[in-house]
Design a protein around this ligand. Sequence first.
Ligand code: CP
Length: 294
Amino acid sequence: MRDFSRNDIDLVLKKAEELEPFARGKKSRELEGKILAMLFYEPSTRTRLSFETAMKRLGGDTIDMVSAEASSVAKGENLADTVRVIEGYADAILLRHSKEGAARMAADFSAIPVINAGDGAGHHPTQTLLDLYTIKRESRLKDLSIALVGDLKYGRTVHSLAYALTLYGANIWLVSPEQLRMPESIKNDLSHAGVSLKETPSLVKAIDQVDVLYMTRIQKERFPDPSEYQKVAGTYRITLELLRNVRENLIIMHPLPRVDEIAPDVDSTKYAKYFKQSFYGIPVRMAILSLVMA
Ligand code: CP
């Protein structure tokens, strides 16, 4: 996410706004003849399918490795070789990988653009762009107060989002259990960028102070020891009861999938924006593909 300036982000958000009618079905041939290769070494629903939809809505096509197990990765092929082969098949690569820095490394080997679709506990920049678009559409980016809640240690979406928010002068609450605090290196970067940071394990302290509540799942799959996960599982859960004194215009976001961080009866409140947020992935990813490939 640190590759992006404020102007870069604003350009993507503006383009996404222009493309929203096409995300809803209006015909476009902008990427006709172009192919996006989808390399997912980790599971995904939203990122994979929204990129595929985005590509098809722009008249382009996709090829899909399906999974590491279904490809020659299972025979021991390394990422550098895979990327150098795929660059002969496609116009851009979309890569999700379990290792931090994988997308950066793939980009070093690839002659075609590589889009980071999530690298381990590192970053998830395209999620951040759609998160910013959601905030712009459903709340406001100026003078924003936001609480990032849950797994701030392993959650790549909050790492990327926190960096992007420094460019908009947001006030950020970091709400997590002690064991899952935002890494010191990221907090230092945020502080140096002049962000107002407040850190607390108490969701109750933050919930009525913010415009955006950004909930995250505790990333079970990243814990080296399953018993450590059990100690923090279910720490935070948004319920109707908790929403009694929140700001009138509060929005609740979540990159999804959720486990039990948000009670299902919150879905029908005016605060819940997480399903709209996942739709906004289409125009934002159309904008990214258009800027990268057109
Ligand atoms: N938000 C997100 O990245 O979801 P997926 O893991 O389903 O792609």
